[in-house]
Design a protein around this ligand. Structure first.
Ligand code: HEM
Ligand code: NAG
Length: 541
């Protein structure tokens, strides 16, 4: 009011008055959105468009928006993005990431879980009531559903006899699928689809048994990937049956099939961990339809990242004949043959040898995960907090550890940070990544060993949300890759060299990123004795 009155005194045209008023409003908002809530708050990056600019950027550019900001402001270990009604603190430095992970009571992931699962899985209100109870129990409190199921999954998939049992079951299932996959060596195949199919059917089998929904109705494989590709849209949750139609239909088809599977008691023929998950959910008063939806999330966790990381490993190997030859040599040396000659008796392959005696294979695995994962570890700030005694974080804001920025930091990984170079992991000590728990003492030790900060490798997340499946994933992925490289030749469908595509980072990174374009290849069987041994290998620990 006062402004327009003031402007009118200059006798401006009404249009000019309106324009100047809007401009002033914009500048004021811009100024306000750069303000710190506290002088110790991390540097505020004002949005390109006032107020909603950062949200708009994230909606339009996906995970790339925050990643690009982090890379452009490389000098900032942490910065603040103001969004309507809240702040996002982006952490782009490993030691601050470790500090976030240590402060897990105040910076917690659990309050976010119910909201996300409700939207993504389409869970009903009664189930959500149960899930929101005792979310972050203190010692001695009654334990809620989430705490119980997480404790079990972390314990069972941690080092021990069950991890060995499930890893062996997975390796054998994959061996059988890979050995019997139909091939037409003259027909171009999309390598990602090929890997997807093998991983999807074998995972469904070792987790849910031979009568799992996907084995019963193979069309559900398509439903599964429809669900996966629309996860971001489901998360938005604006009339999902319309705006995320394919993903929504895929999810509903799968959860209906999983319900029929549970009603028939078929999970009793599945893995022990699945049976235990179902027990726990029923014990907390979940209905069977809700359990069916929850199991979709476990199937998802078991399939998606294993698929995409396996794809990248295979592309990198088949694109580089000398690297492929080195990996083949490592694996061939492991095939024990207790039989008399190469054509009789099963060769044995120790899963532990794949981890411990194949340094190049393991380095390729790690480098593919580093390059492929732009993961964000998300935490809610439950009360005002001074991070590392230095940065003020306001209550009810969100903290995101930006894996994509940390994985692209040349100060950590070297000048060739953007290229595929597994050698960087060969110099490092085995076992120094993937255990992103680190305190400062650990960090100092890591430096001495000429290896990376333990919180710098983000593919499996870190702290309380560190992937419980990481040991298992490594076992099964190394087994899968070993079997494929010994049994198949893969040539480009066109040209004479396989080109490694860029990753598509313009999406919400719900898993290891997919390639920007398909890799069309010709796949044929190798006929040497190693191929034969691999096809019939007996897996042992
Ligand atoms: C290379 C393969 C894999 C990668 C890169 C990976 C990565 C991750 C990451 C980053 C998270 C944490 C998400 C967050 O912080 O919000 C996670 C969670 C999880 N992962 Fe994995 N994962 C892989 C394979 C697997 C496999 C094979 C399984 C199961 C058989 C699995 C089971 C889980 C489960 C159950 C969670 C949720 C844990 C919770 O309740 O908080 N993952 N994974
Ligand atoms: C898969 O890995 C990505 C990248 O590391 C991570 O952001 C995501 O949370 C993981 N998803 C699941 C379901 O494990």
């Amino acid at each position: 009011m006062a402004l327009s009155f003031f402007l009118e005194s200059f006798n401006l045209s009404p249009t000019a008055t309106i324009l100047i008023t809007i401009l002033t409003l914009v500048l004021t908002l811009q100024h306000l959105s750069q303000r710190k809530l506290d002088p110790r708050e991390p540097r505020v990056l004002a949005p390109p468009v006032p107020v909603i600019g950062h949200l708009l950027g994230m909606a339009l550019l996906g995970g790339r928006y925050i990643k690009n900001l982090g890379i452009r402001h490389r000098e900032l270990p942490i910065f603040t993005l103001p969004v309507p009604g809240s702040r996002i603190y982006v952490v782009a430095d490993p030691s601050l990431a470790a500090a976030v992970q240590r402060a897990s009571k105040v910076l917690s992931f659990t309050p976010i879980v119910p909201d996300v699962t409700e939207r993504v899985l389409g869970l009903d209100h009664a189930t959500m009531e149960i899930t929101r109870r005792n979310l972050d129990p203190a010692p001695g409190d009654e334990r809620g559903f989430l705490a119980d199921i997480q404790d079990m999954v972390y314990a069972w998939l941690g080092p021990g006899s069950y991890l060995e049992e499930l890893s062996l079951a997975a390796a054998r299932e994959m061996r059988d699928e890979i050995s019997s996959v139909p091939l037409n060596p003259a027909e171009p195949t999309d390598l990602l689809s090929w890997v997807r199919h093998l991983v999807t059917v074998s995972t469904a089998k070792y987790l849910y048994g031979p009568q799992n929904p996907i084995a019963v109705d193979p069309s559900l494989e398509t439903s599964f990937w429809d669900f996966d590709h629309g996860l971001g849209a489901l998360l938005m949750n604006i009339l999902p049956s319309i705006t995320a139609r394919k993903a929504y239909l895929g999810r509903e088809k799968l959860s209906t099939a999983l319900l029929a599977y549970l009603e028939a008691g078929l999970h009793k023929t599945g893995s022990a961990i699945v049976q235990q998950r179902v027990e726990i959910a029923l014990g907390h008063g979940w209905t069977l339809p809700a359990v069916a939806r929850e199991e979709l999330s476990f199937l998802f966790a078991g399939i998606v990242n294993a698929t995409t990381s396996t794809f990248w490993i295979l592309v990198q190997l088949y694109a580089d004949p000398s690297l492929l030859a080195s990996v083949r040599e490592e694996v061939q040396a492991l095939l024990e043959n207790p039989g008399l000659d190469s054509s009789s008796g099963q060769s044995r392959l120790h899963l532990t040898d794949l981890r411990d005696a194949c340094p190049i294979l393991v380095a390729v695995y790690r480098e593919c995960l580093r390059l492929g994962s732009d993961t964000y570890s998300t935490r809610l700030v439950k009360q005002d907090h001074m991070l590392a005694n230095q940065y003020f974080l306001a209550k009810n804001s969100v903290v995101q550890i930006a894996g994509g920025v940390i994985h692209a930091d040349s100060r950590i990984w070297g000048e060739d940070v953007d290229s595929f170079n597994p050698k960087r992991f060969l110099a490092a000590q085995a076992g120094d990544v993937g255990e992103a728990k680190g305190g400062n003492g650990v960090a100092a030790k890591a430096k001495q060993n000429n290896s990376f900060h333990p919180a710098a490798f983000r593919a499996f997340g870190g702290g309380k949300t560190l992937c419980p499946g990481r040991h298992f994933a490594m076992n099964e992925i190394l087994a899968f890759v070993a079997l494929v490289v010994l049994q198949f030749d893969v040539k480009p469908a066109r040209g004479d060299k396989i080109e490694v595509p860029r990753k598509n980072d313009g999406v919400l990174p719900v898993h290891i990123l997919e390639p920007i374009c398909p890799v069309e290849v010709l796949i044929s069987r190798r006929e040497d004795s190693f191929a034969w041994k691999a096809r019939n290998a007996e897996f042992v620990m």
